[in-house]
Design a protein around this ligand. Sequence first.
Ligand code: SF4
Ligand code: SF4
Ligand code: FES
Length: 333
Amino acid sequence: MSNEKNNSGATRKVTVKAFRFNAETDYLPYYKTYEMEVGKDELILDLLNRIKWEHDGSFSYRRSCRHGICGACGIKVNGKPVLSCKQNAQELVELFGDELVFEPQSKKRAVKDMIIDKGDFWEKHAAVKPYVEAEVDPHPESETIMTPEQVENFLDADYCIQCGACHYACPVIEVNEDYLGPAAFAAAYRFTVDPRDEATIDRLETTAELGSGVWDCVKCFECAEACPKDVNPIEKITKLHNLQFEHHVAERNVATKHAEGFVRSIKKFGYLDEQDIVLYSEGLGVVKHLSEAFKMIKAGKVHPFDFQKKKMPRSKNLEEIQKLIEISKTHEL
Ligand code: SF4
Ligand code: SF4
Ligand code: FES
């Protein structure tokens, strides 16, 4: 009967390799294999349930709402962050073939099977004050009115369900334990632009710090790719950069000067002047890049004695580019 279903395309034979680990009893994690027929409407959460209900009652994972609201059921399938209750299983079979590997969002934080210790996520989220901070009149005469534009400004950030998918997909989180991470930044942005909030400077200062703040983002876009609610954290990070300049919170350091140098170069040539941006942002610190500089000179990418910048190409659309920079500029860098 299952073959009949197979031929009709309704089900697919799938091998699920699930990460297993119990921090209380296991020294190392291991993978256990489960063979199953997967229906076209089944979700990854259905497969997690089937492992538990049909194969091994001790298999552990988090789930609650089953409607993509509570953020509890995030795992990784073949390395891809998914919300189990939202992700169709056959879609992933199409993408990865008939072997699906289920792993927790972060293997090094595993407590039991798919369950991880999300302590770092919550601590970092709390650090940006993810709430409206304001003097509240206990007896208001009317509600606070917001314009549709003001609401629109933070609406997509408000859809965050704190699932942690972006946080545990972020490569900086893996190597820098101080980095606050994309979800915390999305929350920081959401409350900073809320017209009722009075903690703007405080939050912008928290997110401006080198090492932990937005300037340590490497702009890989993994967070945008991972987010099941289209919050687009990298976009909020860019908006926080701008807000820090607007509110004069951005300090002059290598990161902010890099941003300035980028605009300066594009405005001048319509292209990135790689030589100038390094000199401008690093100053005397540029000496530590000498070996790279020699390689770039050899490759013809930089011209150290071209003081007039004659060898630097100019975009034929330079005027248009300059106008666009003026229009999009909200502040002086
Ligand atoms: S874009 Fe930035 S915040 Fe997002 S995953 Fe990459 S490094 Fe992390
Ligand atoms: S921004 Fe998206 S991926 Fe990150 S915690 Fe919120 S909902 Fe999850
Ligand atoms: S069970 Fe709540 S988001 Fe999946």
